[in-house]
Design a protein around this ligand. Structure first.
Ligand SMILES: Cc1cc2nc3c(=O)[nH]c(=O)nc-3n(C[C@H](O)[C@H](O)[C@H](O)COP(=O)(O)OP(=O)(O)OC[C@H]3O[C@@H](n4cnc5c(N)ncnc54)[C@H](O)[C@@H]3O)c2cc1C
Length: 393
């Protein structure tokens, strides 16, 4: 089946779905193709912290109704070490900006509903997804969906297909420069049916390693423990997880996470990755397809949204005026934000995770870094500005 669209979008994660929606609002047609099923895409538990700019954008483009009801606005976070918790007042330090806890799967659910409402194509369970002729002005997207082969002629293709997708590898060798760092630890994450015992997130450095207390809703807690990269989840029965969380998170004021039934467990590797540039010919990369950050700074989903906001503006300018100015500037502008987020995510990660190095120097340096952070308005303001997110523009 041969068809035509303006933008072929590969991937129905936050980047692909938000791009499709932003383009629709500008009257630009797109086809979104996703190789996983609708339920799988919706049920995938991943990020959960939205920057102020992401929240503002969702409201502005009409997908913020449920977010406004169910999202948990947080005006601060806690940093814990040495048995004490210190609050960083994000809103006071940033002129009223904050973060909102709202699961990535909820964002995806809202965006799928918005897409389905438009009636524009969104193909789930596609197989053999490929992009062709990306060096030309007439790229194509081919795939098989519902038993039918599709060949879609496009003006541009947006590679929003995540780190393991097909778009980035189609760029010919030598045209992308890769910057990468793998970390010698991972996160063991759980979801638990337990009411959060703190209204705000708690990031903790303990001598046994990092731990993070967060939540998804008034009745669901999300917790993470630093673990080995090859950690065997089978070695972590629920009781061991709660013991370790209690040890790493409890503070002298008597605070500890509430415990409950664990409904999901998983190990997430930690990686920093950037592919430059984020464009080749008619192919534009966005989100995890172009960059990965370790989750400590809560930037991955927000960066994906910032990329596609910029890309939609650029494509909008092209269709309105014929100018390619913003399209040509897309990669360098998106990379500038990406590297700011990489720096912040790396800094948070290196400040809060234990290294295996038996030399105690680094741990003492980390404690000094944390002391400096919680005792300096300037240092707290710098964390706050980056954590709530830089303005989109
Ligand atoms: C396992 C995991 C856990 C994470 N946990 C956290 C966390 O706790 N906190 C945090 O801040 N961030 C987390 N992140 C990061 C955050 O979720 C991502 O940055 C965010 O999902 C990026 O959105 P995206 O749309 O660019 O990519 P994705 O969400 O990866 O979406 C890409 C989409 O493309 C689809 N796709 C892939 N290949 C193809 C193909 N060949 N054809 C068609 N479609 C394809 C995928 O199925 C997917 O739906 C996590 C990421 C992962 C992978």
């Amino acid at each position: 089946m041969v068809s035509r669209t303006q933008i072929g979008i590969v991937g129905a994660g936050p980047a692909g779905l938000m791009l499709g929606h932003l383009l629709h609002l500008r009257g630009i047609d797109s086809v979104i193709v996703e190789d996983r099923g609708r339920d799988h895409v919706i049920d995938r538990v991943r990020a959960g912290v939205l920057e102020q700019g992401t929240v503002d954008l969702m409201r502005e483009v009409g997908v913020g109704t449920r977010l406004d009801v169910e999202g948990l606005r947080h005006e601060g976070i806690y940093i814990a070490f040495g048995g004490e918790r210190y609050r960083i007042d994000l809103a006071r330090l940033t002129g009223g900006r904050a973060i909102t806890v709202y699961g990535q799967n909820e964002v995806v659910k809202d965006l799928i509903a918005a897409r389905e409402h438009t009636g524009r194509p969104l193909h789930f369970d596609a197989s053999d997804v490929r992009v062709h002729d990306i060096a030309s002005d007439h790229p194509r997207l081919s795939f098989c969906a519902a038993g039918q082969p599709h060949d879609v002629r496009c003006d541009f293709i947006a590679g929003c297909d995540g780190f393991h997708g097909v778009c980035r590898p189609t760029v010919p060798t030598g045209h992308l420069r890769i910057y990468e760092r793998e970390y010698p630890f991972a996160w063991l994450g759980i979801l638990a049916n337990a009411a959060p015992s703190s209204e705000e997130l708690v990031y903790s450095l303990h001598e046994r390693g990092f731990a993070l207390f967060s939540m998804r809703s008034p009745s669901v807690t999300r917790l993470y423990l630093q673990c080995a990269t090859d950690e065997d989840i089978a070695q972590w029965p629920d009781e061991r997880i709660w013991n370790e969380l209690r040890v790493r998170l409890s503070t002298h004021d008597g605070w500890a996470p509430h415990e409950g039934q664990i409904t999901q467990k998983g190990v997430t590797p930690m990686r920093s990755f950037v592919a430059e540039p984020m464009q080749y010919g008619s192919l534009f990369l966005a989100g995890d397809a172009a960059h990965i950050v370790p989750p400590t700074g809560a930037k991955g989903l927000n960066l994906a949204v910032a990329d596609v906001w910029r890309l939609a503006c650029a494509m909008g300018e092209y269709y309105e005026s014929g100018s390619r100015g913003l399209l040509e500037g897309y990669s360098s502008a998106a990379l500038r934000r990406t590297w700011r987020a990489q720096r912040f995510s790396w800094w948070m990660t290196s400040m809060l995770h234990r290294s295996d190095d038996p030399n105690p120097f680094d741990h003492k340096r980390q404690l000094a870094e944390l002391e400096n952070l919680v005792s300096s308005e300037a240092a707290m303001a710098s964390l706050a500005e980056n954590y709530v997110g830089l303005p989109l523009g």
